[in-house]
Design a protein around this ligand. Sequence first.
Ligand SMILES: O=C(O)[C@H](O)[C@@H](O)[C@H](O)[C@H](O)COP(=O)(O)O
Length: 245
Amino acid sequence: MAAPTVQVFDSDKNVADNLCSLVIRKAKDAINTRGHFFIGVSGGSAAKFLCDGLQKTETDWSKWRIFFCDERHVPFTNPECTYSVYKDNLLSKINFPPENIYPINPDLPVGECAVDYAKKISTVFATTEVPVFDVLVLGMGPDGHTCSLFPDHPLLQETEKIVAPISDSPKPPPCRVTMTYPVINKCRCAVFASCGAGKAEILKRVLEGNEEKPLPASRVKPEQGEVIWMLDVPAASNLKNYSKM
Ligand SMILES: O=C(O)[C@H](O)[C@@H](O)[C@H](O)[C@H](O)COP(=O)(O)O
């Protein structure tokens, strides 16, 4: 398990550009070596970065399989739905086979929905083992949460399920479906994109804190994979050691 790589850029635009370049590079490698590219995506600013940047790219979209690191348990028509953000702002603009993106089924009650989503992932990966994602694109909230894994929440202790429901999310909406550490920490590459001064304090704790009860974002430590943090200067401003790209 290597230490996280921290990359600091002079603007959020450069964070977005570099995030998209990394994803495209990883997609190319995965398609060349294994035939498919399995990616998990998140909401928030990471969604905007990916939707804006990836639509300009050349890739074989038929080889992509897109899943959600977490999703709000709301109908697709609800503006809070992360799947619809990608559908409206990326998929509608590229030639993407609609069957190769896997939203949750929000018509199921949240507990069943999580079970159904875990099954969907295992079916697409065609494995009974924990699936290995090529890339998980993650965001981090100002409380240090990532996916829908929040500080001090019992889901941080999940060791079996790869996807779990949550119905008491401190960040609204309260009901969500989220990947858990057993699958997150099997991925080949986890990349966080975090921008803005509002992230500076928590980033110092996440990256340099060495805390007894690590914050959710600090617990992203893929056994065989890498963790990359892409930050802008304001987000990185409290860190001791970093060099600007
Ligand atoms: O469903 C959600 O609420 C988001 O996925 C959320 O977890 C987000 O990733 C972080 O809050 C960081 O968001 P920003 O990068 O926009 O600050």
